[in-house]
Design a protein around this ligand. Sequence first.
Ligand code: GLN
Length: 541
Amino acid sequence: MASTKYIFITGGVTSSLGKGIISASLGKLLQARGFSVSIQKIDPYLNIDPGTLNPYEHGECYVTTDGAETDLDLGHYERFLGVPTSQANNVTTGQIYQTVINKERKGDYLGKTVQIIPHITNEIKTRIKLLAKKNKLDFVITEIGGTVGDIESLPYIEAVRQLKWELGKHNSLVLHLTLVPYLSAAQELKTKPTQHSVKLLLENGVQPDIIVLRTERSLTKEIKQKVSLFCNIEIDSVIEAIDASSIYEVPLKMQSEKLDETVLKKFDLPIGESPDLKPWKEFLHKLNNPIDTVNIAAVGKYVELQDAYKSINDSFIHAGAHNQVKAKIKWIHSEKINPENVEKLLKDFDAILVAPGFGHRGIEGKILTVKYARENKIPFFGICLGMQCAVIEFARNVLNLKDAHSSEMHRTTPFPVIDLMENQKSITAMGGTMRLGAYPCSIKKKTNAHNAYKKTQITERHRHRYEFNDEYLEKFTEAGMFPTGINPDTNLVEIMEIKDHPWFVGVQFHPEYSSTVLKPHPLFVDFIKAALEQKKLRTKK
Ligand code: GLN
């Protein structure tokens, strides 16, 4: 395409309407028509990135291959589109202000008063256009976080207004997502909140081009007409987004509502053939028609908030569908696990996963979980802190290194089997200072890891400070826990496995970040297979 088309997604009425899923679904439909698409998330908070946020605040922190700690919506974008995102795909108010203030200190604006308009809005516009410039894209979809009317969103809405004007109507459009609530007492769907939210946008000079209405119930023609009339929108551009059983159904729902066609028409682009969604539909078919079920216990400490383990839960959905198996995940709070109840809590599961995490809280429950999985030969998957717990458990209970620990949890442990690398020891700042992003790993043959990946060279994404302490490597290997994945450049241990166990794999990296709908992660696929085997064994018994 001659020039990049820009789509801005704003939200009104309430948060949590699923702007990320609508963005990803529209992206998918355009991609399935042969266009190149990238999706960007703008977060109106002052943190530079969500890396320093507690998962309870904002859900999982998603990590890109280039090592950016980003909003979890980028995970949706990658899982739907199957193309990697990067730092440029996540912009925060913190980053914008930091750049502008740094420029001011350097003297770039010498003599000028530095203001929200034009300096902040210019920086926002630059960041939006940068994505297209870097990747030569047909479409850039920019999701503006927050809800219209928030103080924090104002500079972004203003930047959208300016961009819309500068780019012209055949190169840019605004899609506004709102809620049409159903009032059960009145037995009616209500459009007034949508009207108000569009008024707010109009006050800021922005006329939406498409309105997507999130709703629990089917919208009547009258409802759509009302929105059309009060919001100055053609009726064809009023789109229903009814609640779906799975986020992965949304692209198909949007296709049947002709969202993609409406977008193409607005840009004066030919409608052409309908998008090729065959592989996506095959995935959905397998997802909706499982031939077996496995029960998996997942042990973590942010279990109260579903979003805290978003990528892990979704990886199980992809890998489950690939195996045509439903992986039922039960999240268990590690703080609630103790020596008395561990068996009762875990005995009915076909496999056990220990999740990533930070800090001391709940650590002993995770270590007990590993012990139970190891001794009872239940398939075990440890991710990042989960792998570190496996190492600690082995050190304590097999190598008899009493009080072995990670120096993260116990600074003065006599046996720091998990420890900081020398180059990490002098770092005191918390933001962006971990081992982040993609690193290579060489895999040993005839191991569970190799069986899963079926290759010896991989790259995986990391987000941690602490590492397996090489000083103990010999002791571990002699006793039967051995490295099956090694970083070829630094020799750091990336994967640990155990002999004489059906499936025991601890990984220092985060495989969950790279699982997508059409390319489920091999380790999750293989872990589910191991769970199926375990289930067969259990039913035989
Ligand atoms: N807290 C551990 C570390 O920093 C593990 C981090 C994680 O699980 N992502 O090394």
